[in-house]
Design a binder for this molecule. Structure first.
Ligand code: PEP
Ligand code: MG
Length: 546
C-alpha cells in the first residue's frame, strides 16, 4: 500500500506512560488463528521447520538483548523446549497423518500444556504459561507474523499484554499501545518505571503493521501516517526531552520545598534492572520494591537463595539508605501461574496480596527467610500488601519472627527488620489506629479503585478512578495517625509521580513520596515549587467528576 498518499490521522487514547516514540507500527496478534490449508506433507513439514527455526532465532535474539535475569531465564527455557524432540516429534507425526502445520503444532503441544496445568507441583504448573507463549509464538510464525521480532524503534499495538510478556520484550526505543488496560494497571507501572511511552484505551482496529506512527505518551495520542512537518516537530520534541533529562540529572542534593522543608523522595522498582545507571546519592532510598515481578516471567518460583541475592544487591546498591521490600503481591492483575487462583469472579476482591501469602505458607516462609537474612546487609524495611484487618499483619509479624528464630537456630545471620503495611484497602485506612505497623505506605492505585469502586484496569472509568476528597480524607487520617504515633507514612502509589498531585499530597501531611525513577525529576521540581498549604482548596475537588 502506498502510505505516502494517506493523510495523517490522530487516534485519542489515554496516557499510561509519558514520552514519545516514533516508528513503524507492529500489531501483535493475541490469539493466532489456525487457518492454514494443508498442502503436501513436505510443504507443511518445511513450514513447521521454518517456524520453529525462526522462533528459536527470535528467542535467542531477545535473550541476548534483555538485561533482566528472570526474563533471560524464561527465554532460555523456551529455547530448550523448542529443541526438545519429545515436544516437536508428535507435531511432525500429525503432519504425516495429513494435518496442516499449524493445527499439528497446536494439537501436539496442547496436551503438554494440559499436563503442566494439572501438575501437583506449583512449579510445574507455572510452566504451562511458558508453553502457551511458545505455542503462540510458533503459530504466529506459521501465520507469517514476525510479531516478536519487533524492529528497533517500533510501536507495538495489541489488545492487552500481561506483565510477563512485557518483561520478556526488549523495549529499547519502542512504545506500546493497548486497546485494554488502564494507567494504573501493572503493565503501565512497568512501562513507566522502564521509561517506555505507552497508551491505553485506544481503538487499534484499523492499525496496520508497517504504517509509520508517532506515539505521544504525554498527550495520550497516536498519530498514524504523520506528515513530514509533524514528524520534524516530534523529532525536535524528542531532542528537547533528551536535553531536559540531561539537565534534570544534574539537579541533585536534598529535596526541599520552596520554604526549605525537607521531603524524602524515593523510588519504586521491580528489580535490579531499574537501578542500573541510577546513583543512590540522587534518591532517599527505595520506597517500594514490588517483589511479584521476580516471580513472573520465569519457569519456577525463585528460591530463598535467589531472592536473598537480589534483596542483598538492592541493599548494597542503596549504601545504607532505606530499602522497603514488599512481600509478594500477586493476584488481581498480577497472576502467577500455578500460584494464584484461576477463574476468580473478581480477582481484585479475591485472593491477592497478603491473603495469598497466608494461604501459601511454603512460598511465604521462603520469602520471609530471604528477607530476614537480607536485613543483616543494610537498612531493610519489610512491607505487607493488601492488609485489611489487624490480624493479618499480626500473623505476618509472628511468621517473620519465626523465620528469624529458625535461621538463627540454623546458624545463619538474620535480624528482625521493621515491619510495615501498605494502606490500600479503605477498611485499613479507616481503622489505621488498630494496626501494629512500624510504618505505613499508602498505595493510592488500589486505595483509589476500592474507594471509588472503579477498576484500575477499566479505561471507561479512568476519570472516576481518580483521587477524590474521599481518598484525600483517608490519606489525611493515615498521616495524622502516623504523626501522633511517631511513625513514618509515605505514599508509593502512582499518584506521587504526578507533578500536579504533589502539592495536594504535601498539603495532606505526606513528607515521603516514592515514584517511578522516570518521575524523579518532575516530582523534584514540583516539590521545589511547593510553598505551603494553598493547594488544599483545589485538591479538595475530585478530578474528572464531582
Ligand atoms: C498501590 O496500590 O498503589 C501500589 C503501590 O501497589 P500496586 O500498584 O503494586 O498494587
Ligand atoms: Mg496495590
Amino acid at each position: 500500500m502506498d502510505h505516502s498518499t494517506r493523510a495523517s490521522h490522530r487516534i485519542q487514547g489515554r496516557s499510561a506512560a509519558p514520552g514519545i516514540a516514533l516508528g513503524p507500527l507492529v500489531r501483535l496478534a493475541t490469539a493466532p488463528t489456525q487457518a492454514r490449508q494443508s498442502r503436501s506433507v513436505a510443504a507443511e513439514r518445511d513450514a513447521l521447520d521454518h517456524a520453529l527455526e525462526m522462533s528459536k532465532r527470535d528467542l535467542a535474539a531477545l535473550a541476548d538483548k534483555v538485561e533482566d535475569d528472570d526474563a533471560e531465564a524464561v527465554l532460555s527455557f523456551q529455547i530448550a523446549l523448542l529443541e526438545d524432540e519429545n515436544l516437536v516429534a508428535p507435531a511432525y507425526a500429525l503432519i504425516v497423518a495429513g494435518e496442516a502445520a499449524d493445527r499439528a503444532w497446536a494439537k501436539a503441544i496442547d496436551p503438554e500444556i494440559a499436563n503442566y496445568d494439572q501438575a501437583d507441583d506449583p512449579y510445574f504448573r507455572g510452566r504451562a504459561s511458558d508453553l502457551r507463549d511458545l505455542r503462540d509464538r510458533v503459530l504466529r510464525r506459521l501465520a507469517g507474523e514476525a510479531d516478536q521480532a519487533v524492529p528497533p524503534g517500533a510501536i507495538v499495538a495489541a489488545d492487552d499484554m500481561p506483565p510477563s510478556v512485557f518483561l520478556s520484550t526488549d523495549w529499547c526505543d519502542r512504545g506500546l499501545v493497548l486497546r485494554r488496560g488502564s494507567p494504573s494497571s501493572h503493565v503501565a507501572i512497568l512501562a513507566r518505571s522502564r521509561g517506555v511511552p505507552m497508551l491505553v484505551g485506544l481503538d487499534i482496529d484499523d492499525l496496520e503493521s508497517g504504517t509509520d506512527a508517532i506515539l505521544d505518551g504525554d498527550a495520550g495520542m497516536l498519530i498514524v501516517d504523520p506528515d513530514s512537518s509533524l514528524r520534524a516537530d516530534y523529532d525536535r520534541r524528542l531532542a528537547a526531552q533528551a536535553e531536559l533529562r540531561r539537565a534534570a540529572s544534574a539537579f541533585t542534593g536534598p529535596v526541599l520545598t520552596a520554604s526549605g522543608e525537607r521531603v524524602q523522595l524515593m523510588i519504586n522498582v521491580t528489580g535490579l534492572a531499574e537501578l542500573r545507571g541510577l546513583d543512590p546519592a540522587d534518591v532517599d532510598g527505595i520506597g517500594l520494591m514490588r517483589t511479584e515481578f521476580l516471580f513472573q516471567a520465569r519457569a519456577t518460583l525463585p528460591t530463598e537463595q535467589e531472592q536473598y541475592q537480589i534483596y542483598k544487591q538492592m541493599l548494597e546498591w542503596a549504601k545504607g539508605k532505606p530499602v522497603t521490600i514488599r512481600t509478594l503481591d500477586a493476584g488481581g492483575d498480577k497472576p502467577i501461574p500455578g500460584l494464584t487462583r484461576d477463574g476468580e469472579l473478581n480477582p481484585f476482591l479475591g485472593v491477592r496480596g497478603v491473603r495469598l501469602s497466608l494461604r501459601h505458607l511454603d512460598v511465604f516462609r521462603l520469602q520471609l527467610r530471604a528477607l530476614a537474612r537480607a536485613a543483616v546487609v543494610g537498612n531493610l524495611k519489610v512491607m505487607i500488601p493488601m492488609v485489611t484487618v489487624p490480624g493479618e499483619l499480626d500473623r505476618c509479624r509472628a511468621l517473620l519472627q519465626d523465620a528469624v528464630a529458625e535461621l538463627t537456630r540454623e546458624g545463619l545471620n538474620a535480624v528482625m527488620p521493621p515491619l510495615g503495611m501498605m494502606v490500600e484497602v479503605p477498611a485499613a485506612a479507616l481503622m489505621i489506629e488498630d494496626f501494629d505497623a512500624d510504618f505505613f505506605s499508602i498505595g493510592s492505585n488500589d486505595l483509589v479503585q476500592y474507594v471509588m469502586a472503579a477498576s484500575r484496569d477499566e479505561p471507561e472509568f479512568a476519570d472516576l478512578a481518580r483521587p477524590s476528597r474521599a481518598v484525600f480524607n483517608l490519606i489525611r487520617r493515615v498521616t495524622d495517625h502516623a504523626a501522633r504515633a511517631g511513625r513514618d507514612a509515605s505514599l508509593c502509589g502512582d499518584l506521587a509521580g504526578e507533578p500536579a498531585q504533589v502539592a495536594p499530597l504535601l498539603d495532606h501531611g505526606l513528607r515521603i513520596l516514592s515514584v517511578a525513577p522516570g518521575a524523579l525529576a518532575p516530582v523534584r521540581a514540583a516539590i521545589a515549587n511547593y510553598s505551603g498549604k494553598d493547594s488544599e482548596k483545589t485538591s479538595a475537588k475530585p478530578s474528572g467528576t464531582t
